[in-house]
Design a protein around this ligand. Structure first.
Ligand code: 5AD
Ligand code: SF4
Length: 469
């Protein structure tokens, strides 16, 4: 699609600012301080989207609360990746009926990936009549206009048109931390892995202009931000749709030139497009963390083909070998799906053998969840949930042992750790991350937050390291 139709003209964003002013005026008429609550489910992209929604709400004059009973505007930003995530959200939204009974003026909004699905919108229209506004990820930038329509007309608004998707620059943002920031570099996905709903709800791949990304990162680095995570469903596709092509490795090289004491992380990399050039650029860069989230999904080449992943077990392993050759200290993590339709026990055990071979630092593991509308949801799926659970437990046991062993190797070492927050545990009051992204619990003063500390690692478990300054 022509870029001029993808990047929204500045006039569109100005128009939304006008709706922001009008919505603010209507909300002010309520004669009290207006509070908003934004509740976020799912991935980091949703977290980043919620920060934009909060930015728009702040410009409408809203303060923020975590208590739905206090809120005039409630936004539930949802995830559709698995059925469990959807069930949880329906539970939360169902509860909000009581909030609406107590405060009929409260405006309840449902957005994110669930909202983009027609079946969900239909269900909300019929059975969740207390929900005022439903909009999908492609309509996020229009939130001021949509909210204004609800306020002005006191009617329900649904904006879930299935679109290619656009890029909106210059949206306001509320960043919850001065230490860490999310920066979306692209939106949407064209990969259509056969189990995945994302390409149906987040539109086609579209890359932000490098100049806009670089300006945002420069600003963050100047403001003292220490850790910047670049986001995209598949960052390795970055740039394919730009007028002047630039690949993801090229973007990393440009970012790396920005001065400052900060780390760059990124997610998610698709193994089919992660190439040697990317690993070489990571290896020689000053700011890019030696950390890679490279979801393999399965260790069976037959299952990978059925998943439409575009690589075999051997090709994946070859990429990992090369990445570790140029970055021996690389921290490697992955996503796994167990129980894909038609997967046999033997194939599931190929996944266990793959993780034994790779020895990931950590894994995100899921049991397959059918997503209506995806090809995999039509495939015969004869294996019982109980049997899949047995395979899943074997995978977890193996990974927990591996993570525990890898973490034990850190004990006695001295590491640089970015102290990023308080843990709530009086024994280990601070938490931080190593350059490779491993979680470290440590003792020290809250004044260390936002600073790098040299930490002696004294203990470990399956999930984290423990250390002293
Ligand atoms: N069922 C289970 N897991 C899924 N994922 C994506 N779709 C599904 C599904 N239908 C997992 C994949 C992906 C991660 C974000 O969620 O492992 O990498
Ligand atoms: Fe889903 Fe595959 Fe796209 Fe990732 S790359 S969002 S798993 S379709």
């Amino acid at each position: 699609m022509d870029r001029t139709h993808v990047v929204l003209p500045a006039g569109e964003i100005d128009r939304q600012r006008e709706f922001t002013r009008r919505a603010a005026a209507l909300l002010r008429q309520r004669g009290r301080r207006i509070l908003a609550m934004v509740d976020t489910y799912g991935c980091q992209q949703n977290v980043a989207d919620s920060q934009r929604i909060m930015g728009m709400l702040r410009e409408m004059g809203c303060g923020f609360t975590r208590d739905p009973g206090q809120a005039d505007v409630i936004v539930i930003n949802t995830c559709a990746i698995r059925e469990n995530a959807e069930k949880k959200v329906f539970g939360v939204v169902g509860q909000l009926v009581h909030v609406k009974e107590n405060n009929p003026d409260a405006i309840i909004c449902l957005c994110g990936c669930m909202a983009q699905q027609e079946a969900v919108a239909r269900k909300v229209r019929q059975s969740y009549r207390h929900v005022d506004l439903v909009f999908g990820p492609q309509a996020l930038w229009k939130f001021p206009e949509l909210l204004y329509e609800v306020c002005a007309g006191r009617r329900r608004v649904f904006s879930i048109a299935d679109e290619h998707g656009t890029i909106a620059e210059g949206l306001p943002v509320v960043r919850e931390s001065g230490v860490k920031a999310w920066v979306s570099i692209m939106y949407g996905c064209n990969n259509f892995c056969s189990y995945c709903i994302v390409p149906y709800v987040r539109g086609r791949e579209r890359s932000r202009n490098p100049a806009d990304i670089l300006a945002e990162i420069r600003q963050l680095a100047e403001a003292g931000c220490r850790e910047i995570t670049l986001l995209g469903q598949n960052v390795n596709s970055y740039g394919k749709d730009l007028d002047e092509p630039m690949d993801f490795a090229g973007l990393l090289e440009e970012i790396d030139r920005i001065p400052g004491e900060y780390l760059i992380r990124f997610m998610t990399s698709h193994p089919k497009d992660a190439d040697r050039r990317l690993f070489d650029v990571m290896a020689k860069s000053a700011h890019v963390a030696r950390q890679l989230h490279l979801p393999v999904q399965s260790g069976s080449s037959r299952v990978l083909k059925a998943m439409n992943r575009g690589y075999t077990r051997e090709q994946y392993l070859e990429k990992v070998r090369y990445a570790r050759q140029v970055m021996p200290d690389l921290v490697l993590t992955s996503d796994i799906i167990i129980g894909f339709p038609g997967e046999t026990e033997e194939e599931a055990m190929e996944t266990v053998s793959l993780i034994e071979e790779v020895r990931y630092d950590a894994l995100f593991t899921f049991i397959y969840s059918p997503r209506p509308g995806t090809p995999a949801a039509q495939m015969p799926d004869p294996v019982s949930r109980a049997e899949k659970q047995v395979w899943f437990d074997k995978l977890l046991d193996a990974q927990n042992r591996i993570s525990g062993e890898l973490h034990r190797e850190y004990v006695g070492k001295r590491l640089t750790v970015l102290v990023d927050g308080e843990s709530g545990d009086p024994q280990w009051p601070l938490s931080g991350r190593t350059h490779g992204g491993r979680l470290v619990h440590l003792r020290g003063e809250a004044s260390l937050i936002g600073r790098y500390a040299e930490v002696n690692i004294t203990g470990s478990n399956t999930w984290a390291l423990f250390g002293e300054l």
